[in-house]
Design a protein around this ligand. Structure first.
Ligand code: ZN
Ligand code: ZN
Length: 54
């Protein structure tokens, strides 16, 4: 199960509004954000390179 990179919430496959994208800095990690974190624009931290972004 993928987890939200911001809050650690498990993202179910049927959850709409979640976002998945590769880390814009290193591209090695897929950043996953749940709908709430995406809406509120919470910062994520890449576990591989430590990049922080909105
Ligand atoms: Zn979240
Ligand atoms: Zn990264």
């Amino acid at each position: 199960m993928p987890r939200c990179t911001c809050c650690g919430k498990v993202i179910t496959p049927d959850e709409t509004g979640s976002a998945k994208f590769p880390c814009p800095n290193c591209g090695q990690i897929t950043i996953t954000r749940c709908e709430k974190c995406r809406i509120f624009g919470r910062l994520y931290t890449c576990p591989a390179c430590g990049f922080r972004g909105p």
